[in-house]
Ligand binder design. Sequence first.
Ligand code: BDP
Length: 713
Amino acid sequence: MRKLWTLMALAALWAGACRAEDGHQLWLRYKPLEPAFLAQYAPHLKSIDGLGASPTLEAARAELQRGLTGFLGVQPPVSDAPADGGVLIGTPAGSPAIAALNLPLQGLGDEGYLIRSAVAGGHPVTVIAANTDQGVLYGAFAFLRLVQTRQPIEGLDLASAPKVKVRLLDHWDNLDGSVERGYAGGSIWDWRRLPLYRDPRYTDYARADASIGLNGAVLNNVNASAQSLTPPYLAKAAAIADALRPYGVKVYLSVRWSAPIELDHLPTADPLDPRVSAWWKAKTDEIYRYIPDFGGFLVKANSEGQPGPGDYHRTHAQGANMLAAVLAPHHGIVMWRAFVYSQGVPDDRAKQAYDEFKPLDGQFAGNVLVQVKNGAIDFQPREPFHPLFGAMPKTPLMLELQVTREYLGQGTGVVYLGPLYEETLRSDTQQAGPGSTVAKVVEGQLSAPPLTGVAGVSNIGQSRNWTGSVFDQANWYVFGRMAWDPDASARDIAQDWLKQTFTDDPRFVAPVTELMMGSREAAVDYMVPLGLHHQMAESTHYGPGPWVSGAARPDWNSTFYSKVAADGIGFDRSPSGSNAAAQYAPPVAKLFDDPRTTPQTELLWFHHLAWDYPMPSGRSLWDELVVHYDQGIAAVEAMQATWAQMKPYVDAERFEEVSAMLATQRIEAQWWRDGCIAYYQTYSHRPTPAGHAEPRHPASYYEAITSPFQPDF
Ligand code: BDP
């Protein structure tokens, strides 16, 4: 009889599994196992065993319960002691059964975990063990991932520990509920109703973060409001911190350099003025009274009009170290951004961060991370790796990646960012000879700084599916997984995400993995092929704008970066130009100095070349550009064709959503292609090559298109 009920429950669950999904559950869906898998897994999922009642262990147990209930259709029993076929969780300190197993946990640190098939107290079990409850929680999520991706869970013996210490999302969220460069609705932080109302979403957000190994969140925009440091907002931040704490997600705040002036009328914000450091000390002590495990400050200073120590002729190091000193007693850190450009207009904005920061190498306090964007300009669809990676061996450098797609299609289309992250992380800085990848710099392997970090600019908002589109969830996912392991493969992670988010059916996973893996290159091709960059519309950054030339600063103009002219196109960063290439280690600089050795993908980043410059393909540069734009369009069409075949494997709601995203992307790709070709053509005076259509309209048509700013909340 019991069997019958179980079967009926499973049938009901199965029916539910085929129903429309709105994406809210992200990759944590825990759908019922298909009968064949049920037989394989169920004997190992009989119960959840383990002592201990810390909030983090409770969270691990609750997640396993949620997962196993979803897989099996029945709630598994929970017990203190090991039982046959159970999942035994805990630490040696908290669980005698785990201590007795003498597991090799030494190398796993505070956050690593071990998952092993073992015999505990005579019972065959699966052990999820760690040195800390936090490690156990990460292990629980990893175990659930094994089941969700249909990996074997027999004879297990695996261990994992993060290679980077600080792994966090930077939310560019404003106190009015808007999100800078957010395309997924308003801020998830409900400042108006906090601190008393704690939206259950905070817990789901923390679950998602922990499931991919993220351990921190900067709550507010880098263009910070001083208000966020006032008591009412600190109380609100503390309430969020309470919700995130069980999942090991620490709260950090962006701070406005001039806060002492704005909030308390100090006459100065000079970091060397004792009144200023006293103000920050008192403020920091106050923050820790609200949030005892507060993570620290993120600072955007002397960049894009933000105030900073430079206003007082002090260096970034002097500014950062003043904050570091007041945070140190509380074990807090400073993340000081190297995304700087302001004073005057440099000959080449790409050089400014290096010029300002390289001389400061070795001057930063031990609890400062210098946060460096992946490229030297600004999160473009493709940039060579930032020259600061490889140039500051005595300073911990934190990699900053953009998860939100400000320059990669914003709220529509499918662009999987894994390949972009991977490309940066695998770039060889040659800091200490060949193989000195950005990943190694970030992991602290080359100079062993005690602090390491990776930050991602969040793409999360109030949208029901969190990220505005289902495929943007993959960018949150891959960011977390690569922050944990910067050497991980974007392809493997795409597969894991697809299996958990949709289905493990290989007829779906194989083609859609290819779709994802090619999607970023497609965007590069139809937006900024061959190393072009910063060709988007002014201010909104949406759509093409290669003609932008009247901006307030010359280096906000597209023409500043394309240097499009009758003689050719591209920015000369070789020794005959701005010589930005010299900021790289000599063997790398040597490659970039010469157009024949510069990777084709970065050609026009480093060189200004004639329209008829002969490309390796035998085509002229002009023809090659057109071919790439069309390649981008063809790739989007191929993505649409692939997706159209996927209908049998996806619920209707998400199928339609992705179809619409791709249809929009197809239109946008054409807009980019035609707009850019038509405009460059006014300089090249060349027709498109045979077999490639002329732009549908003249450049003036595209120039006249305006996309008014649309607040996304
Ligand atoms: C740029 C964004 C701008 C940000 C800035 C930053 O357009 O909104 O404030 O980055 O990183 O890409 O500070």
